[in-house]
Design a protein around this ligand. Structure first.
Ligand code: NAD
Length: 389
């Protein structure tokens, strides 16, 4: 892992929000190309391929980014979003596809990282024709990219895309798919929390531990179930009345108001709603010992807040390690879905979390950096094997 020094090679504007450590910048040879808005961005993190898709008839405007296929075909969801401009969409798809490479690598599955974005308001623009046209573009990559659901896309949309390509996952169970990934994701969060607890409290038993679950959606609710079964004291917060009521009635979880949430005296904070909830403001209040939840991109600024969390003595279980149950679930769809196998693999998130914590401790680095390192080492070692075959 190399700390990224942008000073000589790259347009600082492009690099300003990419302050993570990365593995590939050392390979940039032609620095003049790195000034370009598209190839320059690809070069920053060594993206393999970008496919820009346009179809005037259906209004489809999409970008498919393949970050890395060393471990296998790139897999990641398709997000439909009304981006303000193309650069915003490009930045998002590059960032998300790279994240998928790390997530799959550290989860020990044979998938690379990819992602797609469709530009536009899903409510106005999404149609069968647009989705099928998109499916044809996915198909044109010949399996280098496999799509799945993401924001504003449903399993029904995946069914439509499947009319044009086999390179689609996240299908409903009645179509041989893996269905809702949330139970597997929640199980991964639960075992990751146990591994973190073992490090911090000397036992992985969560009985009596005070846990705040923020976001009682598909994943959050299953997590609350695991926690209450084990005897944890669960506090919850959600913006939806119905979800709050369900968690309180079914699991006797205790509701806490938004303005009180981060003042609570708790052991574990589990962000299961939005990203960036670990930030300057929340860290000035949070009294927990562990942060471990399902939400993506929990650290508002990976480097800054990853280090701040460490200096405050809070153990942060890296989000892309913790929530890998979702990608693990889809992975087992590719050769005939079996939930038992998916759950058994998700259980390994316990050991992965433990190894990351020990690596971070030994090397005195933040846990997110240890996780990145482990992901990069796996990719680099498999790349060496591939090179001799
Ligand atoms: P979901 O949409 O089912 O649930 C999200 C919940 O968060 C909803 O109940 C919503 O009301 C609540 N919420 C929204 N804004 C909130 C706020 N400001 N404060 C508190 N609650 C708020 O989503 P999900 O499938 O449960 O996923 C939860 C998180 O985990 C997301 O960030 C998702 O990207 C991530 N994730 C999910 C999976 C999966 O398998 N579903 C896999 C990996 C990562």
């Amino acid at each position: 892992m190399i700390d990224f020094d942008i000073s000589i090679q790259i347009n600082p504007k492009l690099a300003a929000n990419l302050n993570h450590s990365i593995m590939e910048v050392k390979d940039i040879k032609d620095t003049s190309l790195a000034q370009n808005p598209v190839i320059g961005q690809m070069m920053l993190h060594n993206h393999e391929q970008i496919l820009f898709c346009n179809d005037n008839a259906t209004g489809l405007k999409a970008i498919i980014a393949v970050h890395n296929t060393v471990l296998g075909p790139s897999l990641g969801g398709t997000r439909m979003w009304n981006y303000n401009n193309e650069m915003e969409a490009l930045t998002d798809v590059l960032r998300l596809s790279r994240g998928m490479t790390y997530k799959s690598s550290v989860a020990g599955i044979n998938l690379g990282g990819g992602k797609a974005v469709i530009i536009g308001d899903a409510k106005k623009l999404k149609s069968e024709a647009l989705l099928r046209r998109f499916g044809k573009f996915v198909n044109s990559l010949g399996g280098k990219y496999i799509t799945a659901e993401d924001v504003a896309m449903s399993s029904r949309d995946m069914e439509i895309i499947k009319m044009e390509t086999d390179y689609v996952s996240g299908l409903p169970v009645n179509m041989g798919g893996s269905g809702d990934p949330s139970p597997v994701t929640a199980y991964g969060v639960y075992v990751s929390m146990k591994a973190s607890a073992k490090e911090v409290f000397g036992t992985d038993n969560l009985a009596g531990k005070k846990v705040l679950v923020q976001g009682i959606g598909n994943v959050g609710m299953h997590l609350v179930e695991h926690l209450t079964k084990e005897g944890a004291k669960v506090y919850i917060y959600d913006i939806t009345e119905e979800r709050i009521k369900m968690a309180v009635d079914t699991y006797k979880a205790e509701f806490v108001a938004a303005d009180k949430m981060f003042d609570l005296d708790i052991d574990i904070y589990a962000p299961c709603a939005l990203g960036a909830t670990v930030n300057d403001e929340t860290l000035s209040k949070l009294k927990c010992k562990i942060i471990c939840g399902a939400a993506n991109n929990q650290l508002a600024d990976e480097k800054k807040h990853g280090e701040l969390v460490m200096s405050k003595g809070i153990l942060y279980a890296p989000d892309f390690v913790v929530n890998a149950g979702g990608i693990i679930n889809v992975y087992y769809e590719l050769d005939g879905y079996n939930r038992e196998r998916a759950l058994a693999h998700a259980e390994k998130i316990y050991d992965t979390t433990w190894n990351i914590i020990q690596t971070a401790k030994t090397q005195n680095i933040p846990t997110y950096a240890a996780a990145n390192k482990i992901a990069e080492q796996r990719i680099e070692s498999i790349a060496r094997i591939n090179a001799v075959m």
